[in-house]
Design a protein around this ligand. Structure first.
Ligand SMILES: [Zn+2]
Length: 265
């Protein structure tokens, strides 16, 4: 819980969570569930999910609450956050801790998160964290770069040497869509099997990872590179040199990474 609270507060201090913007969920390890179990509340109502996710049956998730502000998480985690249990069919959940003693609801994006958790777990059971935020410079970039995965990946890879090492597979980009709806959930879930980061144009980004540090660190790295890119544009000066594709490939061996060839020319 303290790691989840810290992630929320770190996101707030970065300026990524105006008002109630953003949401996060974490699939708990069995030993983490056991240590929290003495605090669980009994008898919560099961709430149906629109989809059945068999591989999430019996899992427990920490989640941010709908309408909750990230800056309040550190002050009142038992109000702003909750722990939910998924039923034995993977088609319903109930609140077992927090969210104002179960009176409030998980983030409105909870079904979208669960769908993506299901896909990520199937691909790699180590994946546990999904985090959505509104990073300033990355959103700004969605107005000046083509809304294509290759354009974003190349721009960020070539702006900061760390980027191709941190996200060698690149990042995916979706055009503007209505948030909270089925269409954006489907479009995002079609990409998360392959990518750990999906940009929503003029809105924000979803990042996925195995733990709090890798997930937050991925978003932080992407946003920092976007900030540098915007600073370069602000100078108004022509770009005299950048990292070439050949140089990007030179990172592979020493850092034991394989860059996505779809994005190398
Ligand atoms: Zn959002």
């Amino acid at each position: 819980m303290s790691g989840f609270i810290r992630l929320c507060n770190d996101g707030w201090t970065q300026g990524w969570h105006e008002r109630n913007g953003g949401n996060a969920t974490y699939r708990m390890k069995p030993e983490e569930v056991d240590s929290c179990r003495p605090f669980f509340i009994e008898g919560g109502d099961w709430i149906a999910l629109d989809v059945e996710m068999e591989n999430l049956a019996g899992e427990y998730f920490i989640t941010t609450g709908t309408g909750k502000h990230f800056n309040n998480v550190i002050l009142e985690p038992e109000i702003s956050l909750g722990i939910t249990e998924i039923n034995e069919k993977g088609n319903a959940y109930r609140i077992v801790w927090g969210l104002n003693n179960g009176k409030d609801r998980p983030t409105s994006e909870f079904p979208t998160h669960l769908l993506n958790h299901s896909i990520k777990k199937a691909a790699n059971p180590e994946y546990r964290m999904i985090y959505h935020a509104h990073p300033i410079h990355l959103i700004a970039l969605t107005f000046v770069l083509p809304l294509e995965s290759k354009a974003f990946t190349k721009a960020l890879w070539k702006t900061m040497t760390e980027c191709p090492i941190i996200f060698p597979h690149g990042i995916a980009v979706l055009p503007w869509m209505v948030p909270g709806g089925v269409e954006i959930a489907k479009a995002t879930s079609a990409l998360v099997g392959e990518f750990d980061a999906v940009v929503w144009a003029h809105h924000g980004i979803f990042c996925m990872g195995t733990n709090f540090d890798t997930t937050f660190g991925l978003m932080h790295t992407i946003e920092k590179s976007a900030a540098i890119y915007m600073d370069i544009l602000h100078t108004g000066k022509p770009i005299l040199q950048t990292i070439s594709d050949e140089q990007l490939l030179q990172l592979e061996e020493p850092y034991n990474v394989k860059l996505n060839r779809d994005f190398i020319d």
